[in-house]
Design a protein around this ligand. Structure first.
Ligand code: GKR
Ligand code: MG
Length: 435
């Protein structure tokens, strides 16, 4: 038999398209989501004419790293995914920004230049995997060692929210309505269940005083008995408040997510309560693992391929968690279908991912795909089509890029506190612990 001709997997071109995507007024401890949020779409083309896609944060600081990175990628092989990290280091040395070194105020833990780099690498890694999969006729999960499940379960991501953005803001009214009290949160959860079949619920907290959020979780427990529930105030509480809330909700919570900031404080809360603690704030890099695991600060780590540096690093993280008997779940930030596809492929390959993954996707009415990904019975079916199994809608991509081009800078960098100031002019990012 004549062997099939070798494919030429040399990268011949990289396209970066920053876009602005409509986002509803979702509240968190820092403020509220802006009407539009920035995302970056990455396309990697090979000599054989195959194109792979990836997606990551689109704020200016990510773009500034992604641009020189894209230039350096041309001429390399899409198979050289380990080389992406070296490439990112080279780019970062040339572009290092001191103000990126530490920002303790983020909702995803301390922001470091390293994490920024990994978030950029991840989009290129996903695009390379997509291109490689398409070239070989294999799904991304097969390139990661093969799926261990045919569908990935997601949780309903409940948010306190306003009915619409403050007057004068451009985005249209969404069809979710307001949710500002326990009844509103239960109604939102019902809508999530009806529309998508989700059976586990996560409430984004840190917005109202803990008693009010505790009441909302109690209302969810009464409305959906036996369903897994989570509450995540993004580190807004003191250790004492965290211990109190854990005591009050311990019987109904699957886990309490980042009740308080920092590994030592989380370890104290864990020591004083029997409630499992999860994090996407105190363990967000490999370097943060040893202290957190040694002190028993977290029982579940939320992976996120964006800032852990890709799908292969997510598997490394899961393997470490398994070794130490720590659970794995998945974090999400505002994202589109390309990222949901990537999340689903990697989640399908992680045997010890026993918790439903987070996803903001139901909140995003816009996408850049020809076909939206669907949740059925709260699950996304793992695609067996080559690559990620998604197709870019070029027209839509152009429109959302046009919005980015036309923006005067108001929305090119996510700023939840600035969005809040439109409604409350005196608003400043609250100091933590807030309660
Ligand atoms: O979208 O407002 C939000 C969330 O608060 C997000 O930014 C967090 O990163 O969902 C995230 C979390 O679990 O902490
Ligand atoms: Mg969280």
């Amino acid at each position: 038999m004549t062997p099939a001709p070798a494919r030429d997997l040399t990268v011949t071109g990289v396209r970066l398209t920053p876009i602005l995507v409509a986002d509803p007024p979702l509240l968190n401890t820092q403020g509220v989501h802006q009407p539009y949020t920035p995302r970056l779409i990455v396309e990697v083309e090979t000599a054989d004419g195959v194109t792979g896609v990836g997606e990551t944060y689109g704020d200016t600081k990510y773009l500034e790293l992604a641009r020189p990175f894209a230039e350096k990628l041309t001429g390399r092989q899409v198979t050289d995914m380990n080389g992406l990290f070296r490439l990112a280091d080279e780019v970062a040395v040339a572009a290092e920004r001191t103000d990126d070194a530490v920002d303790t105020g983020g909702l995803r833990g301390v922001q470091t230049a390293d994490k920024l780099r990994l978030s950029v690498v991840s989009a290129f890694e996903v695009a390379c995997l997509d291109a490689l999969g398409k070239a070989l006729g294999l799904p991304v999960h097969a390139l990661l060692g093969g799926k261990v499940r045919d569908a990935v379960e997601y949780s309903a991501y409940l948010f306190y929210k306003w009915a619409s953005h403050p007057a004068g803001r451009p985005a249209e009214q969404d069809d979710w309505g307001a949710a500002l009290d326990p009844a509103g949160i239960v109604e939102q959860a019902r809508a999530f269940k009806e529309r998508y079949g989700f059976t586990s619920f996560k409430l984004k907290g840190g917005v109202f005083p803990p008693e009010r959020e505790t009441a909302a979780v109690r209302a969810l427990a009464a409305a959906f008995p036996g369903h897994p529930l989570r509450l995540d105030p993004n580190g807004a509480w003191s250790t004492e408040t965290s211990v109190t809330v854990a005591g009050e909700l311990g019987d109904v919570l699957e886990y309490l997510e980042d009740p308080t900031l920092g590994t030592p404080a989380m370890a104290e809360v864990a020591r004083r309560t029997g409630v499992p603690l999860a994090t996407n704030m105190c363990v967000t890099t490999f370097a943060e693992i040893p202290e957190a695991f040694a002190t028993g600060a977290v029982q579940v780590v939320l992976s996120d391929h964006h800032y852990w540096g890709g799908l292969r690093n997510t598997r490394r993280l899961a393997a470490i968690c398994e070794t130490f008997g720590v659970g794995v779940s998945m974090h999400s930030n505002t994202h589109l279908g390309i990222s949901l596809a990537a999340m689903t492929h990697v989640a399908a390959t992680v045997p010890n991912l026993h918790h439903a993954c987070d996803s903001h996707y139901p909140w995003q009415s816009e996408d850049v795909l020809t076909e939206r990904l669907a949740f059925t019975d709260g699950r996304v079916t793992v695609s067996d089509a080559p690559g990620l199994g998604v197709t870019l809608d070029r027209e839509r991509l152009r429109e959302l890029h046009r919005r980015w081009l036309d923006d005067d800078g108001t929305y090119r960098d996510r700023d939840d506190a600035a969005a809040m100031r439109v409604a409350e002019p005196g608003w400043v990012t609250p100091a933590v612990p807030r309660w």
